[in-house]
Design a protein around this ligand. Structure first.
Ligand code: UDP
Length: 365
């Protein structure tokens, strides 16, 4: 065999896997059906601004080994994600914190905020939440639910909150401090020079072939390597034989504007139901205004139901899909020649640090 590993997919999992194995002297080939490396963390320079082509990615982690690892391939700036919610022109800081409560209710101290929250939560205090709506009402009450959660979540998942599982919202923190940092992790930032450059460095010295479609010439590719690492959709790999798994997909509208500063923040969530997009991202703010000083690049993000031929972004982790996934998983567990990795290969929503962690663990020899 020519290669030890054929890695299908040049995204983050594939790149880390390739880097680790190549460093241990293994022969590795990475292929990807797209025209570029880096999967969905791919970024492209427009007007001197790194544009996150498949949605904004903010690196954050509490895993020291992962942080040390990524710092070998990029310098990270001190960006912290502090998105703003726009509800019909009213602006609120996220995640839910003292700034949010002040704007919503005019409260000035944690004690006042606690009191107001207690009032708001009373309606659902004794109810064991059976869905996202009830979970949200129990967690933050009616006002915040109506203005900041209901519309956004419905747009994001394409279903009303009462038909969504409660756990989606559990990870949204509620803070009694004036702290708008969206993430709780000790390390956070954006790689200076962009994500694509970071992945390029990971793949330095590794053989990479783009616009190569494994599934259309599976036999040929299988003959090339001892082991295939497959990072695409697991249901597609198995020809959808147990049915297609559901995903949410995204559509992006990117525009260059002749203005130095459009919204003053990297991410603004449109939390009402009527605005068709979920958020607008202004890319220059990830790098503190770097790039053309007279222009800015913004992206409107629309959530949509995934259909074959679209890019899959978010797995829909409800019971129905979990069942179907288990059937694919059972097949995967019996494979001798192929292993599955990454978000699409394992059908899980994962942050970047978790993807890297798993690739590091999967490459321990
Ligand atoms: N969410 C919301 N309003 C917001 C931001 C998030 O209601 O302005 C809810 C929504 O249900 C979303 C969930 O919180 O699906 C998780 O949000 P997060 O930003 O973590 O989602 P990501 O886009 O990173 O998956």
């Amino acid at each position: 065999m020519k290669y030890d590993y054929l890695i299908v997919g040049a995204g983050l999992y594939g790149a880390v896997f390739a880097e680790r194995m190549a460093s241990k002297g293994r022969k590795v080939l990475v292929i990807d059906r797209r025209k570029h490396i880096a999967g969905n963390i791919y970024s492209e320079n427009m007007e001197g601004i790194e544009v996150h082509k498949y949605g904004p990615h903010i690196f954050h982690t509490d895993k020291e080994d992962v942080w040390a690892y990524v710092n070998r391939f990029a310098n990270f700036n001190h960006f912290t994600y502090c998105p703003v919610a726009n509800y019909k022109g009213e602006l609120y800081h996220l995640p839910f914190n003292m700034d949010t409560f002040h704007a919503m209710w005019g409260v000035n101290t944690p004690e006042e905020a606690e009191k107001k929250l207690a009032e708001q939560r009373a309606e659902y205090a004794d109810i064991e939440p059976g869905n996202l709506e009830e979970q949200a009402l129990k967690l933050v009450g009616r006002d915040i639910y109506e203005k900041l959660i209901k519309g956004y979540t419905k747009k994001q998942w394409g279903r009303p909150c009462a038909e969504l599982p409660a756990f989606i919202i559990k990870r949204l923190p509620v803070r009694l401090t004036f702290d708008n940092n969206y993430f709780n992790h000790p390390h956070q930032g954006i790689p200076t020079g962009g994500y694509t450059a970071m992945v390029e460095r990971m793949l330095d010295g590794v053989e990479v072939k783009l616009e190569e479609d494994y599934l259309s010439e599976r036999k040929m590719y299988d003959g090339m390597a001892e082991t295939v690492i497959y990072t695409g959709q697991i249901d597609e790999y198995y020809g959808y034989r147990f049915g297609a798994l559901q995903y949410r997909s995204l559509r992006f509208e990117t525009e260059v504007l002749d203005t130095p500063n459009f919204q003053g923040v990297a991410g603004m969530n449109y939390t009402d139901e009527e605005t068709p997009y979920t958020r607008i991202v202004e890319h220059k703010h990830f790098e503190f205004g770097k790039g053309n000083p007279d222009k800015t690049v913004i992206t409107r993000e629309y959530s949509q139901t995934w259909e074959q031929g679209m890019e899959a972004y978010y797995p829909v982790n409800d019971e129905e899909n979990a069942k179907v996934f288990q059937e694919y998983r059972a097949l995967a567990d019996q494979e001798q020649h192929v292993r599955f990795g990454g978000r699409l290969g394992t059908y899980r929503y994962m942050d970047m640090d978790q993807v890297i962690k798993e690739a590091l663990e999967d490459t321990v020899l």
